[in-house]
Write a protein that binds this ligand. Structure first.
Ligand code: HEC
Length: 133
């Protein structure tokens, strides 16, 4: 009788620990989605990370390339398509004279998926409108 009670107790303990493990994992996934996986944040990570955009593009001032606010101003005024530009399907409309400099980065941009290009565009539109997340 004692043995059975012990067995039941250990089964209960195992089940309880499994359950709490599961709960923990779910929370982590939910947390990740909230903090990281919005298009804005994906775009931001690419812009500042593997895309190397930030080396030439600051947000509110010109550096090697025009600032993001300036780029997005021209794109809204002229109804430009930033994704088409990044796919090299549309000509430069902001500063065609220095396009050769921008061109050096297309080797990297070519490796991006459709979703990543979309995220870059969401980020650039957002940040130039004062969004921070
Ligand atoms: C080596 C420097 C450099 C890097 C790195 C760079 N750019 Fe540029 N970019 C430029 C220069 C210079 C211009 C201005 C010439 C032009 O308008 O094409 C420009 C222009 C642009 C334009 C405006 C294009 C137009 O219509 O005239 C966009 C959009 C753009 N860059 C996006 C990006 C993104 C997104 C990244 C990162 C994936 C990036 N750039 C990385 C230098 C760079």
């Amino acid at each position: 009788m004692q043995k059975i009670a012990l067995l039941l107790l250990s089964i209960t303990l195992v089940l309880a620990s499994c359950q709490s493990e599961k709960k923990e994992k779910e929370e982590i996934v939910i947390g990740k989605k909230k903090v990281k996986e919005t298009p804005f944040n994906i775009g931001k990570n690419i812009f500042n990370g593997k895309g190397k955009c930030y080396t030439c593009h600051k947000i509110d001032k010109k550096s090697i390339g025009p600032g993001v606010i300036e780029i997005m101003k021209v794109y809204s005024e002229q109804k430009g398509d930033i994704i088409a530009f990044l796919k090299q399907e549309a000509k430069p409309i902001v500063d065609p004279e220095t396009y050769t400099v921008m061109k050096t980065n297309f080797a990297i941009i070519k490796t991006f998926s459709e979703d990543e290009l979309e995220a870059l565009s969401v980020y650039m539109y957002g940040i130039s409108n004062g969004k921070t997340e």
